[in-house]
Design a protein around this ligand. Structure first.
Ligand code: COA
Ligand code: UVW
Length: 333
């Protein structure tokens, strides 16, 4: 069974309610119809019912089972405005600004639905840049208890691949933290271990990636990853984690033997922690496009409720996959 089919099956076993606020996006409408017909999640779409149904009619997709919430007509309008104002007034939010956001910014409206337990999770980002998609989630939902940093990961399912967990990998951070410190990289490794266990169901084997393996290069960039490895080992001693490792040493047993003999991770890694967002974002897109991998994300970890992003380059199938993964996160929340 393909990785994502297992996730869809899990999602179906305890159906959650996911908000899709980008209802002018064609791929989102097509994805919604598949999610409903496959029973993966209950769907809430935000916007004007007539416009959404016109869009669906034009695309010839069935949205019969979706709940449509129009911010202008919802009985929850005043409650959400008041709540947003209360949550953000110390950061300069006014009642007027809160009203404008709740009425006009569907991403903020969707996050407020999740915050208010009117939905279990949200997926957006097909037609919004990541910064705009994630900001309301970070501002309103905040980190989960005991977590300092939210980070972004992808699940990659690589065809015909003998590495990782039968070709399935977690890559982080590919979406959020632009230049994490050593301390932050260690925290990203710990959150990624939890996400991997939850969503892949296997033991994480974590490589802290660099352009150097075990001191083969000298540079402050290498020192950062070496220090992150030291911190992670000290703070999370039960993790199977090693660094600094180049990608080939992390993945390929033959290369691991010569570059990092004796490493518990080299040649076996299934969780790859990138040193910064340039390498993480470029790395996942190369694997997705050149190796024809399925790429689901950027998913968030460390946030208090499940809200996940998409690439603007996503397909409707990617949206279905991320919704299924979001539903599984919601089951575990
Ligand atoms: C997401 C992002 C926009 C946040 O940065 P920002 O707009 O400058 O916003 P701020 O730093 O003021 O953060 C906004 C809020 O989110 C919180 N926040 C930001 N990053 C956070 C993180 N990694 N973990 C937890 N909270 C975070 C801040 O604490 C702040 O909360 P507050 O307003 O209650 O104080 C920024 O990190 C970013 O642009 N990341 C890259 C996204 C991207 O382009 N990715 C590539 C494509 S996937
Ligand atoms: C994840 C990502 O790179 O998002 P986008 O392609 O929308 O910038």
């Amino acid at each position: 069974m393909a990785y994502i089919d297992i996730i869809k099956e899990k999602a179906r076993s305890d159906r959650k309610t996911i908000v899709l606020p980008e209802t002018t996006d064609k791929r989102t409408l097509i994805a919604a119809s598949h999610i409903i017909s496959e029973g993966i999640a209950n769907i809430i779409m935000i916007g004007d019912e007539e416009k959404i149904m016109d869009g669906a009619g034009w695309l010839e997709v069935e949205l019969g089972g979706a709940k449509i919430v129009n911010p202008e007509k919802t009985p929850k309008l005043e409650e959400y405005i008041e709540m947003l104002y209360e949550l953000r007034k110390s950061k300069g939010m006014t009642m007027e600004k809160a009203r404008e956001l709740i009425l006009n910014d569907y991403l903020t409206f969707g996050v407020m639905m999740v915050k208010s337990n009117d939905a279990d999770g949200m997926v957006a980002g097909a037609c919004h840049a990541t910064a705009d998609t994630l900001r309301p989630a970070l501002q309103i939902l905040k980190t989960a208890p005991g977590v300092k940093l939210v980070s972004g990961f992808f699940i990659l399912d690589v065809p015909d691949c003998e590495y990782g967990d039968n070709g399935t990998f977690l890559f982080a951070d590919c979406g959020l933290n632009q230049d994490p410190t050593s301390e932050e990289l260690a925290a990203i490794a710990d959150s990624s271990a939890t996400s991997f266990r939850q969503l892949v169901g296997a033991e994480p084997v974590i490589a802290m990636l660099s352009h150097s393996t075990k001191g083969s290069a000298k540079h402050p960039l290498v020192d950062k990853v070496e220090e992150a490895t030291r911190i992670a080992r000290e703070k999370y001693p039960s993790l199977i984690l090693d660094g600094e490792l180049q990608a080939d040493a992390a993945l390929v047993p033959q290369v691991a033997k010569s570059k990092a003999p004796g490493s518990p991770v080299a040649g076996k890694a299934n969780v790859l922690i990138f040193p910064n967002l340039d390498s993480g974002n470029i790395g996942y897109k190369l694997v997705q496009r050149l190796a024809k991998a399925e790429a689901y994300g950027p998913m968030l970890q460390g946030i208090s409720r499940p809200v996940n992003d998409l690439s603007r380059g996503c397909s409707w199938q990617d949206i279905v996959g991320v919704v299924a993964l979001t539903a599984v996160q919601a089951q575990l929340a």
